[in-house]
Design a protein around this ligand. Structure first.
Ligand code: EPU
Length: 290
């Protein structure tokens, strides 16, 4: 049963905090809503020698069914957006990408409309360099402010966090607290038009309104993972309550009672089939804690 110690929840079910709705209890769970609360959650873990896992929207992670034996910090309470300069927006780690996209659009600042349908929040989007329709977070990220594992606040450039295709080194240093994005001025009307076009395309090609963690595998250089998975017949493959989407083969859907072991089974099956057929090794994009 969930309970609280020093403002930190105990035994909080992680399936309630991930978009794929999978994951057993976190031994400790914190949802800070300020810098001070974030620092004290980090100190709580340091004092007890606990391992820490950080999520923001929980949209790119599969936790084990047995849960997480440490502290999970969810950043979605640290929110807010400010216009820092004519063409610069500052956003806190827990801000959602769709709401940031709408705000930027109203301010006539282009960039986030490409990412409108990405369900995550800023912290995770930076850590995993979220991208869609030819734009990645790294293209607009100017600077990021982190709270280090030791509790210090530092600013780093995209180069310093080594941001790259669906990866970065953020977690080597600490937790994203807020970030600055340099956007391009454009008319709200043309930004809206692009947002709607990308949205329609996404709805046509990707599942929505269901429990998924986004694309399961990275695109190998020169290939689309979804296309390869489709070609080896993975669409509709099912194990327990986890099924590979019939619309886009790189999306794994939790139909209700899906387990992480079902995801892992299908991941390995998919990887094996694609390797045997095409000699291509698929690498996971979603973080699967085993
Ligand atoms: N395709 C198939 N069958 C499928 C899926 C795709 O034949 O089941 C084909 C499509 O017809 C198309 C090609 O594969 O010709 C590429 O598909 P799509 O345009 O859907 O893009 P993608 O490469 O599968 C990438 C990103 C998505 C992002 C879209 C749109 C990765 C792993 N995926 O998908 O990002 O939304 O482009 O820009 O980089 C994510 O990161 O979680 C994610 C979903």
């Amino acid at each position: 049963m969930p309970s609280t110690v020093a403002g930190i929840l105990q035994n909080e079910p992680l399936r309630n905090h991930t978009t794929i709705k999978i994951g057993g209890p976190a031994r400790y769970f914190s949802r800070p809503s300020s810098l001070e609360e974030l620092k004290s959650a980090l100190a709580f873990a340091r004092d007890r020698g606990l391992s820490i896992y950080v999520i923001s929207g929980g949209s790119d992670i599969v936790f084990p069914d047995r849960g997480y034996d440490g502290l999970v910090i969810r950043l979605d309470g640290i929110r807010g957006v400010e216009r820092a300069d004519e063409d610069v927006i500052m956003a806190y780690a827990g801000e959602s990408i769709p709401s940031l996209a709408i705000l930027a659009e109203q301010w006539g600042l282009s960039g986030f409309e490409y990412l409108f349908g990405v369900p995550g929040r800023i912290g995770g989007a930076i850590a995993k360099n979220a991208g869609a329709y030819g734009l990645e977070i790294k293209d607009i990220l100017q600077e990021v402010e982190l709270v280090t594992w030791e509790g210090d606040v530092v600013r780093m450039s995209p180069r310093e966090i080594a941001i790259r295709y669906r990866e970065s080194d953020v977690l080597k240093y600490g937790v994203v607290y807020r970030a600055w994005f340099r956007l391009r001025k454009d008319s709200p009307e043309s930004i809206r038009q692009r947002r709607e076009d990308f949205s329609k395309k996404r709805m046509r090609t990707q599942p929505y309104g269901v429990a998924t963690a986004g694309c399961m595998f990275k695109n190998p250089p020169g290939h689309s993972a979804g296309k390869l998975l489709d070609m080896v017949g993975m669409k509709g493959e099912r194990r327990g309550d986890v099924m590979i989407s019939r619309k886009h083969a790189n999306f794994f859907i939790n139909l209700g009672e899906g387990k992480s072991e079902d995801v892992i089974y299908l991941v390995e099956l998919a990887r094996k089939r694609v390797f045997e057929e095409f000699g291509v090794k698929l690498e996971e994009e979603v973080i699967i804690l085993r």
